[in-house]
Design a protein around this ligand. Sequence first.
Ligand code: LLP
Length: 421
Amino acid sequence: MDHFLYRNGTLYAEDVAVSEIAAAVGTPFYCYSTATLERHFRLFDSALDPLPHLVCFAMKSNSNQAILKTLARLGAGMDVVSGGEYARAKAAGVPGDRIVFSGVGKTAVEMRTALEGGIRQFNLESEPEMELLSAIAVSMGVVAPVTLRVNPDVDARTHAKIATGKSENKFGIPIARARDVYARAAGLPGLEVIGIDVHIGSQLTDLEPFEQAYLKVADLTAVLRADGHDIRRLDLGGGLGIPYTRSNIAPPLPSDYGDLIKRTVGDLGCEVEIEPGRLISGNAGIMVSAVIYVKNGEGRDFLILDGAMNDLIRPSMYDAHHDIVPVQEPAAGAEQAPVDIVGPVCESGDTFAKQRNMPPLASGDLVAFRSAGAYGAVMSSEYNTRPLIPEVLVNGDQFAVIRSRPTFDEMIARDNIPEWL
Ligand code: LLP
């Protein structure tokens, strides 16, 4: 459920007409709903009650400061994967003891920064990483709290580019080697081993792979405890999928996911963390774009938008489907015809949808890409020297630009001309 609904024939974001925002900021732009973000965070938070838990928002899905602050004031933790994300979390006022540091290639500088600024735990993914973190912690006279990310060799049944829990993926340590690696970690003076981490992939629409992974984690908890490790925290990753099409069978609800967690690991006496990104931010955002031209091609028509693959790369990169709806609600029973919906970038990959049924649209009309709040703005680029598009946050009847569109001069001024030119 989200808060982007038609009212009196036009699309609203909460209590603000999307066309009003378009008139104020120009197109294309991202628009987020505070109520949707808050609702989704609370769904996860209450789904884990009464277990001791922390919901750490995977801020790779949307790391705008205003989004982070909206969630942080509800008590959210943050899952960060880079020094930049750590700095953003801190800048948004998230205390270090609510930040977990994930990622397969943490650098020495990132480790040091997080140890200095405060960290809840590092989720470590390899032996060289364990050794480096231990050495840095020792040099600073501190001990780093860590979990080890295990790779449970489970098929997440999602797009290959976002599946992470099979043995051929680069992530985690093979679960079969976990006992040895935990023993090594426990012997390193700069580390305190506190738990287990697992994350098997993203956009999972079925609970079965989670169940398989979490049962393996439960077994491993018992084995590691018998080996003398004080396993008291389980980080169960993110990955619960969202409905990208209205017609789809809906993925499981956070409450079903919470029940699964309680059933599989709930009686181990551990504190539980989860790292949802997409399910909190995905349906809390739309991308709004205007039609530049309707072009009649050979045997097919094209809707050429002012938004492009650099603004929303998911369709080109993952063949992802986003519902695209006109901002002015079509009349009931309006005729629909198939069109290719494309951007102005100079490659054929700049295609959002092929032969998508749409009502008649004309130059200047606005369309909204639904479910664009996760992995939309954060994955955008300035390809073709197209400025990063603005982000707008709506809260009830108010809206604010939370990232503005740079001018061409600002973009060009970031380049430096060497003295020999
Ligand atoms: N935790 C870890 C360690 C992760 O790697 C990820 C996502 C998450 C949590 C959050 O997963 P979520 O709840 O958002 O599914 N760019 C792709 C998605 C990449 C996901 C990468 N890792 C897309 O647009 O679909």
